[in-house]
Design a binder for this molecule. Structure first.
Ligand code: MN
Length: 430
C-alpha cells in the first residue's frame, strides 16, 4: 500500500514503491562523505541518494533564490534554513522539485556535476541542527493514563492533564543522532539506603520531534493560528528513560537524570510541506472533557490539525543478531491519537513569553494509542504485568545490554505518495 506517485524523479530509486524518500518528501539532513574529515554539509534525501546543497549552491543551481537562502544552504547545520520564513522555504523546495523531477531540463548537467550526489550508504549522518533547547511534552493521553495507573490506580490522570499541555525541559547537550551507542546510565536507585549503580530499568520512548522554525522574541507569544509557521519539520525521537532513577528522583520537580543521559534523533527532517496531505482533524475529545482554553482553540484547520503519521518500534537483541533474525516490532502507534496538536504545543510553550529559537527541539512525549499494540514504551507494555516475549524466546521487562531499539515512521494513504522518516536507532552498551 504505497500509494501512487503522481510525480516521478529521474533519480530512479526515488520512485520505488514503498520507499521512504520519493520526490514528494525531500527531507533535509546534515552529512559528510569522509567521516571526521570533510566539512559537514546540508543534504536532501532522494531515493537512496543525497543531493548535496553545498555543491548545488556553488554550481549555481540555487541562483535567484536570494542571498539569504543560498547562504543558509552553504551552512553546516539547518538552523539558518529553519530561521527563514515559510515563503522562502517553499521556494527552495520548489526549486529542488523542478531539478529532480522526471524530464527536468537540468538532468544532464546535474548528472555531470561532480559531487552533486552522495549515496546514503557512503554518508555519515550528523545531527541536523544546533539544538539550543529541548522540551519534551506528554501529549498522549493513552500514555499518561497507562503510566498514571501504575502509580495511582484509583486516579490515573491528574486533573490538570486535560487543561494544560504538560512538559519538562530536557537537555540539548546529550541529544545524539541515530546510530550513536547509548551507554547504560548509572544513578541513584531507590532503596534503603538508595544505591548508586547502573540502571536496571532502561527504557525507550517512541516520540515525534518538532524542529522550531523562525520562533518568537522573548516576551512575545505565538497565536495558535500562526503556530505551524514556526514548525520547520519533524523527526523521530527516542527519549531514553531509566525508570528506576526516574522513580526515585521525579518528585517534586520532575524528570532529571533518569532522562538526560541520552536522547536519540533521526537524521532526516521531514518538512511540514511534505506532510500537507496528511493533516487530519485533531482526535475527538472524550465526552465530558473540557474544551481547550481560548488561546489553545481556534477554527478548524488553524492549529487544530493533527498529523496522520504512523510510528513503530522494533527491538533487536544480541542473540537475534547472532541468529540472523529480523528486528521484532513491538509497537505501532499514530500521532493522530495525541491529545494536543503540534501547534498547541508551540503556542502553549510561548504562551508565557518564553522565546523559541530556530533549531530548538520540541518532542511530543511517548506516542501511544488506545490499543495494546500501540504502547510506546516498555513501562507501558510490562510495567503492570508479564514481560515482553520476543520471537526468539527471550523476554524483556526492560532493555538489556546489546539491545538495539529501532524507531521508524511514515505517512501513507492510498492515492498519496508515501512519506518516510527513515530510522532512529540506538544500541545499549555498558
Ligand atoms: Mn519522553
Amino acid at each position: 500500500m504505497s500509494g501512487e506517485i503522481a510525480v516521478r524523479s529521474w533519480v530512479e530509486t526515488a520512485n520505488a514503491p514503498g520507499g521512504a524518500f520519493g520526490i514528494g518528501n525531500l527531507p533535509y539532513g546534515v552529512f559528510r562523505r569522509a567521516p571526521g574529515k570533510e566539512r559537514p554539509r546540508i543534504g536532501v534525501a532522494i531515493g537512496d541518494r543525497i543531493l548535496d546543497l553545498r555543491v548545488m549552491a556553488h554550481a549555481g543551481f540555487l541562483r535567484g533564490l536570494g542571498e539569504g537562502l543560498e547562504a543558509a544552504c552553504l551552512a553546516q547545520e539547518l538552523n539558518g534554513l529553519m530561521a527563514l520564513g515559510g515563503g522562502e522555504q517553499r521556494r527552495l523546495r520548489e526549486r529542488l522539485r523542478v531539478l529532480l523531477e522526471e524530464g527536468a531540463r537540468e538532468e544532464a548537467v546535474l548528472r555531470a556535476t561532480p559531487g552533486a550526489f552522495c549515496g546514503q550508504r557512503e554518508a555519515e549522518m550528523l545531527a541536523p541542527a544546533r539544538i539550543g533547547d529541548y522540551t519534551d511534552f506528554y501529549a498522549s493521553v493513552d500514555h499518561a493514563t497507562r503510566v498514571g495507573r501504575l502509580f495511582r490506580p484509583e486516579n490515573p490522570l491528574l486533573p490538570n492533564y486535560k487543561w494544560v499541555p504538560i512538559a519538562y525541559h530536557g537537555r540539548a547537550s546529550s541529544i545524539v543522532v541515530s546510530g550513536t551507542p547509548v551507554r547504560r546510565p548509572c544513578g541513584q536507585l531507590p532503596g534503603d539506603p538508595p544505591l548508586y549503580t547502573a540502571s536496571r530499568a532502561l527504557d525507550y520512548e517512541l516520540e515525534l520531534g518538532l524542529f522550531i522554525g523562525p520562533g518568537n522574541e522573548l516576551g512575545e507569544t505565538i497565536p495558535l493560528g500562526e503556530a505551524e509557521e514556526h514548525v520547520f519539520g519533524f523527526c523521530l525521537v527516542n527519549d531514553w528513560s531509566a525508570r528506576d532513577i526516574q522513580r526515585w528522583e521525579y518528585q517534586p520537580l520532575g524528570p532529571f537524570l533518569g532522562k538526560n543521559f541520552a536522547t536519540t534523533i533521526s537524521p532526516w527532517v521531514v518538512t511540514m510541506e511534505a506532510l500537507e496531505a496528511y493533516r487530519v482533524p485533531a482526535a475527538e475529545r472524550a465526552a465530558g472533557d473540557p474544551a481547550p482554553l481560548p488561546y489553545l482553540s481556534g477554527p478548524a484547520g488553524l492549529g487544530r490539525d493533527a498529523f496522520d503519521i504512523t510510528l513503530e518500534v522494533a527491538i533487536e537483541t544480541e542473540r537475534m543478531r547472532e541468529l540472523g533474525m529480523a528486528p521484532a516490532r513491538v509497537c505501532q502507534a499514530n500521532t493522530r491519537d495525541l491529545y494536543w496538536t503540534p501547534a498547541q504545543m508551540v503556542t502553549h510553550h510561548a504562551s508565557n513569553g518564553c522565546n523559541l529559537r530556530p533549531g530548538d527541539l520540541l518532542a511530543t512525549g511517548t506516542v501511544s494509542g488506545p490499543g495494546d499494540e500501540s504502547r510506546g514504551c516498555l513501562l507501558e507494555i510490562t510495567g503492570g504485568g508479564e514481560p515482553l516475549l520476543l520471537p526468539d524466546g527471550e523476554t524483556r521487562r526492560y532493555l538489556e545490554d546489546g539491545d538495539e531499539v529501532i524507531l521508524t515512521g511514515y505517512a501513507e494513504r492510498p492515492g498519496l505518495e508515501r512519506i518516510g522518516f527513515g530510522e532512529c536507532r540506538g544500541r545499549v552498551v555498558r
